[in-house]
Design a protein around this ligand. Structure first.
Ligand code: PLP
Length: 432
């Protein structure tokens, strides 16, 4: 089956894919889930900013400052359009982790805010926060910490044996005491795409807010915040072809407007006096300090690049590759996929174990062949514990991934088995 995206043309846009690794081997980059490579247009956009308009946005009246501000705000509009959101609902942060911490700290700061209008969503003793067992640590630890600060209780939805959310007790876990449900749209370790509609509906039924972790979904599928229906969505620029050091918090404007700040300082203020200060409206209220300007411009270029490819096609492309990889990998005796075994409601993150070979050793053999994958618990330790494995090897796909990359992975896994002698090596003359 032909792939939906023109892989050769796309590869030509990524300078790093022309380099070789491990003594001249082609770089087979299957670690986009950790961080993606950057097309030339993103690199050029950052360079353009520094070479032409570099100044601190929102400060100063000189021409560069005006142009830097215009470029920064145009990027906000681009990201808003990418998500189907008005630009005043887009807050730039450092990454998904900071976006989630921003919300968690705003909710605990709300309890002690001197402004009554900021106390509406305050979390305190007796309240509950709900997460799932498949969350990345970035969407788990901030909520554990929030509970420790406020006396609230953390509850979670478990997992089924085939790597999906167990929603059988949704109505008990999410109840009248729930203040917020934080759930990933796509698991970074299992690849599972979660059915968020029912979870969001239940959360809203009991008056809870919903934060969706889109770190692994926004780069790989069309996400429209109106269709999603959540209250917050977070994601990282560096996983969607953009620069490191920039992330996004989208929030429904009325919710953002009712939250106190997380970080305070320059540029997020309305009036400052020695006796006390008042804060700007969102999104500025949540963007204290000189922002990561060039990175924001680069992120907008990444969104433009993905939009030009078409997010639906990006998703189809990864689905075809995922189906192919699942079939090939599961045909190898001793290989077990941790997560949904087929492409139903599943993205292009494939975690697997190889009987008799530790995932770190699999990763080492693959690396020797020029294949970059991730090994470990993937910052989702409860997940590997749930499935009774010490770690997994994980391959993740993106727009420049082709069949040749998947073939290299599959052959590399067989090579790891041969290297560690866990299956008989097959030669032309037969088995030896
Ligand atoms: N959420 C998920 C599902 C992730 O996969 C990751 C990173 O791998 C994060 C959150 C955290 O992203 P970042 O490290 O960019 O903040």
């Amino acid at each position: 089956m032909p792939l939906p995206l023109d892989v050769e043309a796309i590869r030509a846009d990524f300078p790093i894919l022309t380099r070789t690794v491990r003594d001249g081997k082609r770089l087979v980059y299957l670690d986009s889930g950790a961080t993606s490579q950057k097309p030339r247009s993103v690199l050029d956009a950052e360079r353009w900013f520094y070479e032409n308009v570099n100044a601190a946005p929102h400060r100063g009246a000189h021409q560069l400052a005006e142009e830097a501000t215009a470029a920064y705000e145009a990027a906000r509009a681009t990201i808003g359009a990418f998500l189907g959101a008005p630009e005043n609902e887009i807050v730039f942060t450092r990454n998904s982790t900071e976006s989630i911490n921003l919300v968690a700290y705003a909710l605990s700061n709300a309890a002690t805010a001197k402004e009554p209008e900021f106390r509406r969503y305050a979390v305190g003793q007796g309240d509950e926060i709900v997460v799932t067992e498949m969350e990345h640590h970035a969407n788990l630890l901030p909520w554990q910490q929030l509970c420790e600060r406020t006396g609230a209780t953390l509850r979670w939805l478990g997992l089924t044996d085939d790597g999906r959310l167990d929603l059988s007790d949704l109505d008990t876990v999410v109840n009248e005491r729930t203040k917020l449900v934080a759930v990933t749209q796509q698991s970074n370790i299992l690849g599972t795409i979660n059915p968020l509609g029912g979870i969001i509906a239940r959360a809203h039924e009991v008056g809870a807010l919903v934060l969706v972790d889109g770190a692994q979904s926004v780069p790989h599928q069309k996400v429209d915040v109106t269709e999603l229906g959540a209250d917050f969505l977070v994601f990282s620029g560096h996983k969607m072809l953009g620069p490191t050091g920039v992330g996004v918090l989208w929030g429904r404007y009325d919710v953002l407007d009712a939250l106190p700040p997380f970080l305070t300082g320059g540029s997020m203020i309305e009036v400052v006096r020695m006796e006390g200060s008042t804060f700007a409206a969102p999104p500025q209220r949540f963007e204290a300090g000189v922002p990561m300007s060039a990175q924001v411009i680069g992120l907008a270029a990444a969104a433009d690049y993905l939009t030009a490819l078409g997010m639906d096609r990006v998703q189809q492309h990864e689905e075809v590759l995922t189906g192919y990889a699942l079939e090939q990998l599961q045909a190898i005796p001793g290989v077990t996929v941790i997560g949904p075994p087929d492409t139903v409601a599943r993205g292009g993150a494939i975690s697997f174990t190889v009987d008799g070979v530790h995932p770190h050793d699999v990763g080492q053999v693959l690396d020797d062949l020029g294949i970059a994958v991730r090994v470990g618990h993937h910052c989702a330790w409860p997940v590997v514990r749930r499935y009774g494995v010490p770690a997994t090897t994980r391959a993740t796909f993106y727009v420049h991934t082709g069949y040749d990359d998947v073939d290299a992975l599959v052959e590399g896994v067989r090579e790891a088995q041969r290297f560690f002698g866990v299956v008989p090596a097959v030669t032309e003359g037969g088995t030896n």
